[in-house]
Design a protein around this ligand. Structure first.
Ligand code: SF4
Length: 697
């Protein structure tokens, strides 16, 4: 088949990562879909990765939740949602609005997210709504807001192809954002002079493309980029004209100079070679992901990277800039729509009284919270202590994916009233629910998502909603109406929600915020149905490709801020009792807790069970043989994994994937081993530096 879409193909986007690839789908007549890459989508130009190609194999209904359930018994929607509305209303009346909470997901579509936030922040009057994106990129949000005044990604995917040097920090792009990796590999093949540097304690598949791999010690990123900032200053690479648009250079440089020249784990000649390459290459993009974000110093790491780009003026220009890649398909949409407990819609700040007032007036809301709500780790702690008495979990599986997962599972089990909306009743979290609400999933629902380079794309339904399933926005709007807010939640379609959201963005932009999609108001049902991938901002007069090359930022002063940062090691320290540092992450062919990808047989063939990468010398010292079971124990939990002996990991470090759960060995509940230690600014957990002990099983 050529690249031209076939007449009966439907344009939508992939369900998985933040690359946000466009796909063309066609019902196969047996309840499934044929899937191919959309040649016209700007994120992927027809490419897909293994997960995207297998999307059509994940649609069987055998494990689907097809009817609302209360205490294990099927019921009708009216009974289930009346119960949810009543129990939430009772808790609010007796214990106040902060006695209820929503925990949502970067898998949700923007319209779902918008309704969830409006319900909680505008009408229930609590900011206790957080998202699993807190585990993914909250440190980038916090770092970008500190530097730019707003959570703005300055550049585009094309910048990775235009750069002469791409530095990948804490990013296994080859497995976690495979199509972006394919684009980078193709660009490097076309221009072999282009250099790629990977900064990661572990030798990942991404290193196959690298000219240089810096295997720094876990948590050393700030020290490395502070060293680079000193070298930029000493090497005459400052952009003094651009620095007129930047505050804080002197303090940031002082902090950088105070740093030891030795960056843990790196020999001086490698460090010098990296700095030399960075200084002499003007077109440099620094891509960063979870190795930066999932750290107790994640926000500082983000700012250490941004500092170097601000000092050199290498930002917002073709082939230049710091570039965060997000894990989930709509982590960006969730950030934009205010999905985090410390945000409001359209990049407005919940702690700014004028912003709160703007949103309250626009929504005609009875109340607004006066401060940020509970971030994910704190939210589940309040569930554990009983202060949160009614909890609604939407489209995510925190009993597996939260740090200290066993404690989170027990906290949910002990909560007075738990509602779970999901595709299936078979997750560890859904099993704990009093009320289960059957949601439509990918291929069945309509809405929008935003990918890592600010491109808003439509997800479109190609299959009928099975059983009694409903879209998440419709479920939450109905609860809002049942709680008494009829007019505010009188949405009949995602197009209506999007229109309201776009109108709010115009008001937000008028106050000096970056996020503006006011040019997409008034699309109507037909215009929304036909909406093509569009990178924001989108005003009535057009938009702008990149931000900040003109030196205009969104801080009150209009200037960027360099932040003085000092390297801190991970919070959990190894000891004779727990002598290994545990790194966690994704594998190529699975997604999150595998509720979708495990349904595709070919995706299970890549790596079929949970494993632990361990260095050969460590394995020998512990008497661990290849492919045998190993018990990993941390202060918070225990798990049993298959040994994979490899020098991809350094001595003293081990790696395990994040996807598996299970009651019998090997059990991959790896987040049971990760402590609930968070970055003090972003609240993002440190998921890549737990400490563990190992022993043959
Ligand atoms: Fe889907 Fe990401 Fe793969 Fe693209 S790269 S097909 S968005 S999983």
């Amino acid at each position: 088949m050529d690249g031209t879409p076939h007449r009966d193909e439907i344009r939508t986007t992939c369900a998985y990562c933040g690359v946000g690839c466009g796909v063309l789908v066609r019902p196969d007549g047996n309840g499934g879909l044929s899937v191919r890459g959309d040649p016209d989508h700007p994120a992927n130009h027809g490419r897909l990765c293994s997960k995207g190609f297998a999307l059509g194999e994940t649609l069987s209904l055998d494990d689907r939740l097809l009817s609302p359930r209360v205490n294990g018994t099927d019921t009708d929607w009216d009974t289930a949602l009346s119960l949810v509305a009543d129990r939430f209303s009772q808790s609010i009346a007796r214990h106040g609005p902060d006695s209820v909470a929503l925990y949502v997901s970067g898998q949700l579509l923007t319209e779902d997210y918008y309704v969830a936030n409006k319900l909680m922040k505008g009408f229930i009057g609590s900011a206790n709504i957080d998202t699993n994106s807190r585990l993914c990129m909250a440190s980038t949000v916090a770092g970008q807001k500190r530097a730019f005044g707003t959570d703005t990604v300055p550049g585009t995917y094309e910048d990775l192809e235009l750069a002469d040097l791409v530095v990948l920090v804490g990013s296994n792009l080859a497995w976690c954002h495979p199509v972006l990796y394919q684009r980078l590999a193709a660009a490097k093949a076309a221009r072999p002079a282009m250099k790629v540097v990977v900064i990661d304690p572990r030798r990942t598949a991404t290193c196959d493309l690298a000219d240089m791999h810096l295997a720094l010690a876990p948590g050393s990123d700030v020290a490395l980029f502070n060293r680079l900032l000193s070298a930029i200053n000493d090497g005459g690479a400052l952009d003094t004209a651009f620095l007129r648009h930047v505050d804080g250079f002197d303090a940031a440089l002082r902090a950088a100079r105070a740093q030891d020249r030795n960056v843990a784990g790196l020999p001086a000649d490698q460090l010098d070679a990296f700095c030399h390459l960075w200084l002499r290459t003007e077109k440099v993009v620094t891509v960063f992901s979870q190795g930066v974000n999932q750290s107790s110093s994640g926000t500082d790491k983000v700012n250490a990277i941004i500092n170097c780009h601000l000092a050199t003026g290498r930002i917002g220009k073709p082939g230049m800039g710091p570039f965060s890649v997000t894990g989930q398909p709509n982590a960006m949409g969730g950030r934009e729509v205010g999905g985090l407990a410390n945000a409001l819609a359209c990049h407005l700040d919940i702690e700014d009284p004028a912003h709160r007032d703007l949103v309250r007036t626009f929504w005609d809301a009875p109340t607004m919270p006066q401060a940020a709500g509970l971030k994910a780790v704190d939210l589940f702690e309040r569930v554990r202590t009983g202060q949160i008495k009614a909890l609604w979990i939407v489209c995510t599986n925190p009993a597996v994916s939260m740090p200290d997962a066993d404690a989170v599972r027990d906290a949910i089990a002990g909560c007075d009233f738990v509602v779970v909306s999901d595709l299936t009743a078979k997750t560890d979290t859904a099993r704990l629910a009093h009320v289960l609400l059957p949601a439509t999933g990918w291929g069945e629902k309509n809405g929008t998502v935003t990918n890592s380079d600010r491109t808003i794309s439509r997800q479109r339904a190609a299959l009928p909603a099975p059983g009694a399933t409903r879209p998440d926005w419709a479920i939450m709007a109905e609860v809002g109406r049942k709680m008494g807010w009829h007019k505010a939640f009188d949405f009949a379609s995602p197009a209506q929600i999007f229109d309201e959201y776009a109108a709010l963005s115009g008001l937000a932009a008028a106050t000096g915020r970056d996020f503006d999609i006011s040019g997409l108001t008034g699309l109507g049902e037909a215009g929304y149905a036909a909406l093509q991938p569009t990178r924001w901002p989108v005003t009535k007069d057009g938009g702008t490709e990149r931000f900040f090359a003109d030196g205009r930022f969104f801080t009150p002063e209009g200037r960027a801020r360099m932040i003085p940062v000092t390297a801190r090691p991970p919070e959990a320290r190894t000891s004779p009792r727990f002598p290994f540092v545990l790194n966690t992450g994704r594998i190529r062919d699975q997604w999150h807790t595998m509720t979708r990808t495990a349904k595709a047989p070919r995706l299970n063939q890549h790596l079929g069970e949970p494993f632990l990468e361990i260095h050969p010398q460590d394995a020998a010292a512990l008497g661990i043989a290849p492919a045998t079971l190993v018990t990993a124990t941390s202060p918070t939990g225990r798990c049993v994994l298959r040994s994979l002996i490899t020098d991809r990991v350094q001595r003293g470090q081990v790696f395990a994937p994040m996807h598996w759960t299970g009651e019998t060995a090997p059990t991959g509940r790896i987040d049971a081993l990760v402590p609930g230690i968070v970055d003090p600014v972003s609240g993002q957990p440190e998921s890549k530096a737990a400490v563990v002990a190992l022993a043959p099983f």
